[in-house]
Design a protein around this ligand. Structure first.
Ligand code: GEK
Length: 246
């Protein structure tokens, strides 16, 4: 269903900023699996975690849903009565393909949670009362100065007993840790078949658009947004996932 990622395989005279366009959508499942250590484990387990936090008759959000991998995991695992999933992404190409993938899931399984895929900016979203919010590698693409506002709005919409699940690439204050985990991440990409050229060109393309924070920055910001507890549940190299409790 998805092609191999060869987007940066040939030298590009000028590298434009990375966008989630049609070409990226075509290769996205391959790209994210070969680039983000732990991605399949994180996605599946977001479903498992969500099943513990989902409250009856509430909304589960998948924000920056891309092709709906998290939405599909939520629909596989959450059994709470009356829940529905809202998946939101601002890339029209992603949204179109995401709807196709979810129709395919609908045709293969019965009694899945209802889902609505919305094309829009998560910064402009009017949140419904919700029990699970997944930001799976999305916050890092939001302008740093907008992150606290977004998290505060999520916190205000979260029901008691619910949770935000936040996965991000991490930056490290400690230079040795930053360098080692950075190098190990490059080794991970190499091991998955990316060439030095592909790795270098992709890094340049992401430079202006993806701004990772440190674990401390995430923790402090989440507490400032009104969350009471921040609990890391997964880390593989410089990629981590946190549970934030209201
Ligand atoms: C997964 N969660 O497969 N509003 C809505 N969507 C946005 C915004 C915004 N302001 N900014 C970026 N996006 C997915 C992976 S990818 C991460 C998430 C990655 C969307 C953007 O269009 C893209 O689809 C997604 O956030 C980030 O579990 O590719 O590393």
């Amino acid at each position: 269903m998805s092609d191999n990622d060869r987007i940066y395989a040939t030298p590009q005279p000028q590298i434009s900023d990375f966008t989630f366009n049609e070409a990226v959508v075509r290769v996205f499942p391959d790209m994210i699996k070969r680039s983000v250590p732990g991605y399949p484990t994180i996605v599946e387990n977001i479903g498992v975690l969500a099943a513990q936090f989902a409250q009856p008759d509430s909304v589960l959000y998948d924000l920056g849903s891309s092709l709906g991998a998290v939405t599909q995991a939520l629909r596989r695992h959450v059994k709470a009565e009356g829940c529905r999933v809202i998946a939101v992404d601002n890339s029209p190409a992603m949204v179109e393909r995401c709807r196709e993938y979810l129709h395919a899931q609908d045709s293969m399984f019965q009694e899945l949670l209802p889902v609505e895929v919305q094309e829009g900016d998560i910064l402009a979203l009017a949140f419904a009362p919700c029990s699970v919010v997944a930001l799976n590698f999305t916050l890092q693409f939001i302008a740093p100065e907008q992150r606290l506002t977004l998290l505060s709005r999520i916190r205000q919409s979260l029901l008691p007993g619910g949770a935000l699940i936040l996965s991000e690439k991490l930056r490290f204050e400690d230079e040795t840790e930053q360098q080692l985990l950075g190098e190990l991440h490059i080794a991970f990409k190499r091991a998955n078949g990316y060439s030095e050229l592909e790795i270098a060109q992709k890094r340049t393309a992401l430079d202006n658009v993806m701004k990772p924070d440190s674990l401390d920055q995430h923790r402090e910001r989440l507490l400032q947004a009104g969350f009471s507890k921040v609990i890391p549940w997964f880390q593989c190299l410089n990629f981590a996932s946190l549970i934030a409790l209201p």
